[in-house]
Structure formats: structure tokens, C-alpha cells
Design a protein around this ligand. Structure first.
Ligand SMILES: NC(=O)c1ccc[n+]([C@@H]2O[C@H](COP(=O)([O-])OP(=O)(O)OC[C@H]3O[C@@H](n4cnc5c(N)ncnc54)[C@H](OP(=O)(O)O)[C@@H]3O)[C@@H](O)[C@H]2O)c1
Length: 292
């Protein structure tokens, strides 16, 4: 049986104090919630989520709405800052709409610094737990722009603006190059996780080799066909669980840090309760194979 997921420890090299960054086993994702963002985050905190993912990319995220909920919960004593893990992202201009959080004429390094300062203001925090490069400039390889962004992110670790760094939407070779050459390695990689690619097996393998924690997103929405298979539904039923519960618990058993993007309070509670689901090695093997 796979043991209930403990808090992950990520980023051995992270933080000026050298301390590892602790992350709860399941993260709440705030994309596409627009005006409902603050309400969703507030209910997620009440349900028990302590890890929150956002981005300074107004096109898909409302970071200031996340901040509104965090401030209310912190000021009201419902959560303590130390118990929270707050992650946001720097997004290149091509991934933004007209609501840019920086001057697009500034050098990339300055754009990163401006974006991070705006993130702190939006979130009402003095420091971030993780700052993620939302995606490299191109699909293959790392460019000068990627390195300029990463070096600016490293300076933000030096300055105590963020405790750890991450990278998102990367291929295995890009992660290998970044983790192999960066002065401050990524503590996290965040990718859309397809069952048809062995649940992103190539990237997870490289992440493991470099001690990078893999964050999996769209675990439900990217795998609708696979998760509707009668065998998967039967497996969930046999465990007295829902399919989303099975998937999040399975992801944790693989060593992933899963994200859930639900807007429903019932699903929030359901997803968190998946922690206590007992999964056997056979269950893990069956789910690993379901995308083939
Ligand atoms: N780095 C990137 O480029 C990137 C890209 C995409 C996403 N992300 C992050 O990943 C997060 C999650 O992504 P996602 O929204 O695609 O996630 P998801 O958890 O795969 O999908 C959420 C959808 O599944 C539905 N759902 C049904 N039952 C559910 C259950 N028990 N638990 C959760 N959802 C259930 C939700 O509906 P209900 O609301 O009715 O529950 C919602 O429509 C985002 O919010 C964002 O933070 C990052």
C-alpha cells in the first residue's frame, strides 16, 4: 500500500537561508476564475488548502483576487503565513494580453523584477515561496531570453523576494539543461500531465534525477478519455472513491505534487480527503498503464 502523502520537501538549494521549502501534498490552482477568484481561494483556504498557485498573467489569472482572499484569511487569523505556500509566475509578453505587469520595452531582467514586485503588491506578501518561469520562449531549447529571465529570478532569491524557483511548460531536454546549468536550480517543474505520455514520464524522470519536484496540472481535464474508461471507474468504486480522488492520490503516489482547479467547495473537500485513500501497487500500475 502506498502511504498517505506527507508534506513534500522541495528545493534543497532554495532560499538564502538554504532551508528546504515545505509544500502540502495538493495545491489549489487559481486559473480562469476571473471575478470568482477571491471567493474560490477563500473557500479553498477554509476547506484546508495551504498551497496556492497563481500567475501575474491577467489573461488567465486574477492575482489580485488571490491576494484579496489571502489578506482576509491572514488578517482574520484563519491561516498563518508560515503555513502557506504561495507560488506565482513570470510570463513573457507573448503569453500576456494588453494588461502587462511590466514595461515591455524594459530588458527581460527588469521585466522579471517589475513583475515580481507587482506580484508581491497583488498578493499583499513580503515574499513569495516560489516564482515560476511560466514557459520558455520557444518549444525547444533555451534562449538568451530564458537565461536572462532565469538569472533575474535567481537575483530575486538572493534578495529574499522568493524562496524557490520553478519552471513550467517544458520538455525533458529543456528541464535537463536548466537544472544542469543554472546557478540556482529549479525546485519545481509544473507541466500539463497527460496519461498518454506515461503521465509525463520523460519530464518526471529528469526531474527526479535533479531533485526537482514535479507539479502536475490539468490531471482531470487533459485526460478525460482515459479517465472515463470503465476500468478506471471500477477501480475508483472499489476503493470507495471518486475518479478525481483516485487521480490525485495516484499522482501523489508517483511522487508528484498535483494541482486541482475546482471551483466547487464539495470538490475541494473531496480532493483533500483523497490523501487518506489506500492505493495498492496494482492500482498504481493500472493507472500508469491507462493511457497506453
Ligand atoms: N503553468 C501553466 O501553464 C498552467 C496551465 C493550466 C493550469 N495551470 C494550473 O493548474 C491548475 C489546475 O488546472 P485545471 O483547472 O486544468 O485542473 P483540473 O483540476 O484538471 O480541472 C478542473 C476541472 O475539473 C472539474 N472537476 C470535476 N470534479 C472535480 C474534482 N473532484 N476536483 C477537481 N476538479 C473537478 C472542475 O469542475 P468544478 O469546478 O465543478 O469542480 C473543473 O472544471 C490551474 O488552476 C492553474 O493554477 C497551470
Amino acid at each position: 500500500m502506498s502511504a498517505a502523502p506527507a508534506e513534500l520537501e522541495a528545493g534543497r538549494a532554495a532560499g538564502p537561508d538554504g532551508a528546504a521549502v515545505r509544500v502540502p501534498w495538493l495545491m489549489y490552482g487559481t486559473a480562469w476564475k476571473e471575478d470568482a477568484t477571491a471567493d474560490c481561494v477563500s473557500r479553498a483556504l477554509d476547506a484546508g488548502f495551504r498551497a496556492i498557485d497563481t500567475a501575474n498573467q491577467r489573461k488567465h489569472y486574477h492575482e489580485a483576487g488571490v491576494g484579496e482572499a489571502l489578506r482576509a484569511a491572514l488578517d482574520g487569523g484563519r491561516v498563518s503565513r508560515d503555513a502557506l505556500f504561495v507560488q506565482t509566475k513570470f510570463t513573457f509578453a507573448r503569453g500576456q494580453d494588453h494588461r502587462l505587469p511590466y514595461d515591455p520595452r524594459a530588458p527581460i531582467g527588469e521585466q522579471v523584477a517589475q513583475s515580481a514586485r507587482r506580484s508581491l503588491a497583488h498578493l499583499g506578501l513580503e515574499r513569495l515561496d516560489s516564482l515560476v518561469l511560466h514557459g520558455p520562449a520557444q518549444a525547444v531549447g533555451l534562449t538568451d531570453a530564458d537565461w536572462a529571465a532565469w538569472q533575474a529570478m535567481e537575483r530575486l532569491v538572493d534578495e529574499g523576494v522568493t524562496r524557490a524557483l520553478g519552471v513550467s511548460n517544458v520538455g525533458a531536454d529543456q528541464l535537463d539543461e536548466l537544472a544542469g546549468l543554472a546557478r540556482i536550480r529549479p525546485a519545481f517543474v509544473q507541466n500539463r500531465c497527460y496519461a498518454s505520455r506515461g503521465w509525463d514520464a520523460r519530464v518526471r524522470k529528469v526531474a527526479d534525477r535533479h531533485g526537482v519536484v514535479y507539479q502536475g496540472f490539468s490531471l482531470l481535464t487533459a485526460n478525460r478519455r482515459e479517465l472515463e474508461a470503465p476500468a478506471v471507474e471500477a477501480l475508483a468504486a472499489a476503493r470507495g472513491a471518486t475518479v478525481p480522488q483516485l487521480v490525485f492520490r495516484f499522482a501523489a503516489a508517483l511522487g508528484m505534487l498535483p494541482l486541482t482547479g475546482t471551483t466547487s467547495s464539495e470538490h475541494m473537500r473531496e480532493d483533500l480527503a483523497a490523501r487518506d485513500l489506500a492505493l495498492g501497487e496494482d492500482d498504481v500500475a493500472a493507472l500508469l498503464a491507462c493511457g497506453r
